[in-house]
Design a protein around this ligand. Structure first.
Ligand SMILES: Cc1cc2nc3c(=O)[nH]c(=O)nc-3n(C[C@H](O)[C@H](O)[C@H](O)COP(=O)(O)OP(=O)(O)OC[C@H]3O[C@@H](n4cnc5c(N)ncnc54)[C@H](O)[C@@H]3O)c2cc1C
Length: 389
């Protein structure tokens, strides 16, 4: 028995539709992919065909024109079903940069084709091996050459690069020293990866502890038409930043879905598993970590809702988006830990899916932003404490 979602959960119809769609992709599907480190192409295609990946694209550009809360509901339900939306979640928030800062020609060129599923915008190239969280120190350089930019450098952890047609790339167009701020001189480009792959762009997959299709990407004199620059040269960091609140909120929603899956799974097992002639769930030592995980998940869920409310009302939501991501990631990790403990030895067995979800949800303590950096943000921007780095 799954715990019943509160009947006042938003977007009930969408949630129901996602649950139905996910029934076609049961736990065995995800388990097999995990074992083979394979990409869930059929799942992503089904989601795209049903229009869910275009949820946030406005209707005038061929999408569903739904609010962020709908995208959050979609991703939460995917995770709650035991699946993993990480294979495709990026499209939902990456395209926001194009939508908000791209010109009409760019929007017309890409958004309808992304909405129809003809083009996949799944790759977001920000992190580099030597810069890490310090985005202002990234080195990949785009040099203007006539009506093109010539790009050289390397990205790391560019997830889904092998399964995407387009990449949103953050690169330097002016040296760090030339700007007033360390993040000046960064620019955003839409890179047509299918073209670039035959002209200087190479992708190397990175094997990770969970199945995430993440890669390293190398740019060797990759020529990108100047018309693919989004907005003004040198202002790219601001454009990307404006999408990061959406990213944090959506990842937080995924963590809530993970936490619900862990709590359901553990509660069902605790009711059924008999040891010492009684269900293990009769012991408070087994009940309490699950009850605590449930309370923590519901509290984090409220913060996710608050961040969404502010986002949708156009009010600054930087603190709430960060807190939602941190609290939801903590809630899913704690729920995962309690779920594994509840399963005893079986928690480690592949066929129970607990160890897979446990590995998958661990990522959100680190990506897309690590817990320390969220705490630093709150200390500096909310509490007015000195910047620590
Ligand atoms: C599976 C996976 C998928 C990813 N997908 C993408 C993607 O698609 N696109 C993309 O651009 N990036 C992606 N990332 C990168 C991700 O955003 C970074 O890993 C993350 O932001 C942390 O950066 P880092 O790994 O370089 O850690 P570092 O910056 O090297 O930090 C290492 C540790 O030090 C701590 N730390 C660093 N500085 C401070 C400080 N000032 N104060 C306190 N603590 C500090 C951090 O909290 C962290 O725990 C992905 C990463 C992974 C693992």
């Amino acid at each position: 028995m799954m715990h019943k979602p509160p009947t006042d959960s938003d977007h009930q119809e969408i949630r129901e539709a996602i649950r139905k769609l996910c029934e076609g992709f049961p736990l065995e599907y995800w388990r097999k992919l995990d074992r083979e480190m394979a990409y869930p192409s059929e799942f992503v295609e089904a989601l795209g065909r049903a229009g869910f990946l275009a949820a946030l694209i406005p209707e005038e550009h061929g999408g569903a024109g739904l609010p962020l809360s709908a995208a959050a509901a979609i991703l939460e339900e995917i995770q709650h079903s035991g699946g993993n939306g990480a294979a495709c979640h990026a499209q939902m928030y990456i395209m926001g940069t194009l939508l908000r800062h791209g010109n009409e020609a760019q929007k017309r060129a890409y958004l309808p084709r992304i909405a129809s599923g003809e083009l996949r915008l799944q790759a977001f190239g920000v992190t580099e091996p030597t810069s890490g969280t310090d985005t202002g120190s990234l080195k990949t350089f785009a040099r203007r050459d006539g009506d093109h930019y010539v790009i050289n450098g390397q990205k790391i952890w560019t997830s889904r690069a092998e399964h995407s047609d387009l990449m949103l790339l953050l690169a330097r167009t002016a040296p760090k020293e030339a700007g007033r701020k360390r993040t000046d001189g960064l620019s955003v480009f839409v890179v047509d990866m299918q073209v670039a792959k035959s002209a200087g762009l190479s992708i190397r997959p990175i094997r990770t502890m969970m199945n995430h299709a993440t890669t390293e990407v190398f740019f060797d004199d990759v020529r990108v038409p100047a018309e693919n620059l989004i907005g003004e040269e040198g202002r790219g960091f601001r454009y990307v930043l404006s999408g990061m609140n959406a990213e944090r909120i959506l990842i937080a929603a995924e963590c809530i879905g993970d936490a619900k899956w862990f709590i359901d799974k553990a509660s069902a097992y605790a009711r059924e598993r008999i040891v010492f002639n009684r269900p293990i769930g009769q012991n408070q030592g087994v009940q309490f970590p699950l009850a605590k995980a449930y309370a923590d998940m519901r509290a984090a869920e409220l913060m996710v809702r608050e961040a969404i409310r502010r986002y949708e009302a156009g009010i600054d939501c930087g603190a709430e988006a960060n807190m939602a991501k941190m609290l939801a990631a903590d809630a899913s990790w704690d729920a995962g830990n309690a779920c594994l403990q509840t399963h005893g030895g079986f928690g480690f067995a592949e066929e129970y899916d607990v160890e897979r979800k446990f590995r998958e949800t661990r990522l959100y303590q680190v990506a897309p932003i690590s817990t320390n950096l969220i705490l630093s943000y709150l200390a500096e921007h909310v509490l007015g404490l000195p910047r620590s780095y």
